[in-house]
Design a protein around this ligand. Structure first.
Ligand SMILES: Cc1cc2nc3c(=O)[nH]c(=O)nc-3n(C[C@H](O)[C@H](O)[C@H](O)COP(=O)(O)OP(=O)(O)OC[C@H]3O[C@@H](n4cnc5c(N)ncnc54)[C@H](O)[C@@H]3O)c2cc1C
Length: 390
């Protein structure tokens, strides 16, 4: 049995603690704030649900089971194509595609961690870096204290202190895209627009996505604006009038939904290019700290969950072997996660063009059958072994 230090108590950190504790190791999770997750909805494709099942976490009770991914032309308001997510999707990928409130998912992970005798949770603990020798790895706190174990996992997100020291690739890349997010009570949504779908409205230089969350009680709104933002902000209030002005090119139906939004918050999206190595002997990275991606493939949390499951599976070893197992984990995960990082960035080209390019996109999507869409998604949503190459 070994002792692991996990830095960061987000979805990645808590799922790692669970996965590693299931192997019989002891874990301490160090979180700079409180153990809490705010924010809005999160989509969990079949691979994310499979990972959660492997961790013993069942989100189905609070999740919304969406019927399809629905692509709409945001300018004409016309339906372009749909990817069915029930029936054949579930049979083929052996799990549903669900949307949940982040808080609901987080509470389940947190309760499972609190219920484990192997896991200690330390809030308000800010980690500035790490140290290691041949036998131990330590988190260095801003107070100067060291929290030591046999190995350390940095799950401290896109601005990871552990990554700063381990990879040293500077601040994240600013995408120039701002996303505005709000949650609307479903009771306020006209009944004819309460679609059980993840819906995309593609407009020039912007797109707007919405889907039901919290058992269908709320509609989650997320609008992306290619506004060339140069400063990385997160969760900053933004007036509804600005959101509507920025998405004024959209048709009446999407605008009607946007007009329901109150208390909009904005994020400037950031990511990093993939790196091959995120392991330094007894220290490794996980989730957004290892492979941060734009959210357009809706896979960041799913990939953090997959990382956690695979890492836990590989740690059926004595403390002396942890470094080697970290190398294996890194090697197994690099290709798949890098591919999703690249696809997430590329997808902006699909959702934001105007004119002839938008018409060509619509024609290409409309020509695809359900089987074509599912074939396209199979490597990402259908994977059962998270170390499998992409
Ligand atoms: C708008 C948007 C929509 C998204 N939608 C989806 C989706 O639909 N599906 C999906 O799968 N993914 C989605 N994602 C991605 C997903 O949210 C992230 O990939 C996921 O939350 C990453 O989890 P993490 O634990 O690796 O990092 P984080 O959630 O960032 O957690 C890191 C934790 O570490 C803590 N921390 C940071 N620094 C320190 C420090 N120095 N010391 C101690 N603690 C520290 C933080 O407080 C935090 O709790 C979306 C992302 C965005 C921005």
């Amino acid at each position: 049995m070994a002792e692991l230090v996990v830095v960061g108590g987000g979805i990645g950190g808590l799922s790692t603690a669970l996965s590693v504790a299931r192997r019989g190791h002891r874990v301490v999770v160090l979180e700079r704030g409180e153990f809490a997750e705010f924010g809005a909805g999160i989509q969990l494709a079949a691979n994310g649900i499979h990972a959660l099942d492997r961790l013993g976490i069942d989100v189905r009770a609070s999740a919304v089971h969406v019927d399809e991914l629905r692509f709409m032309d945001g300018v004409t308001g016309n339906h372009v194509a749909s990817v069915p997510l029930t029936g054949e999707y579930e049979r083929r990928f052996r799990n549903p595609y669900l949307v949940v409130h982040r808080g609901d998912l987080y509470r389940l992970l947190l309760a499972a961690c609190r219920g484990s005798a192997e896991i200690a949770l330390r809030a308000n603990t800010y980690v500035t870096g790490y140290e290691q020798d041949g036998a131990t790895a330590s988190a260095v706190l801003d107070t100067g204290e060291r929290v030591s174990g046999d190995a350390l996992v940095g799950a401290d997100g896109i601005r990871s202190s552990i990554r700063r020291q381990l990879v040293g690739d500077g601040p994240p890349r600013i995408s120039g895209i701002t996303v505005y997010r709000a949650i609307v009570p479903m009771a306020d949504v006209p009944p004819s627009l309460r679609w059980p779908a993840v819906t995309w409205w593609a407009g020039p230089g912007c797109h707007f996505v919405h889907y039901p969350i919290a058992g269908g009680e709320f509609l989650n709104l997320a609008a992306s604006d290619d506004n060339g933002a140069t400063e990385a902000i997160a969760g900053v209030d933004v007036p509804a009038s600005l959101v509507l002005a920025r998405l004024s090119g959209l048709a009446a139906t999407p605008r009607r939904l946007l007009e329901l939004g109150r208390d909009w918050k904005s994020w400037v999206l950031v990511d990093r290019p993939p790196v091959a190595n995120w392991t330094d002997r007894r220290v490794t990275l996980l989730g957004d700290a290892a492979h941060p991606m734009l959210h357009y493939a809706a896979q960041g949390a799913c990939q953090a969950l997959e990382d956690a499951v695979l890492l836990g599976e590989l740690l059926d070893c004595a403390a002396a072997e942890l470094g080697q197992r970290f190398e294996k984990y890194n090697a197994a995960r690099r290709e798949r996660t890098a591919r999703i990082q690249r696809i997430s960035l590329e997808s902006i080209k699909l959702w934001h063009p105007a004119g002839a390019a938008a018409a060509a996109r619509n024609a290409a999507l409309a020509a695809m059958s359900t089987a074509d869409f599912h074939d396209e998604l199979a490597w990402m949503h259908g994977v059962r072994e998270f170390g499998a190459a992409a």
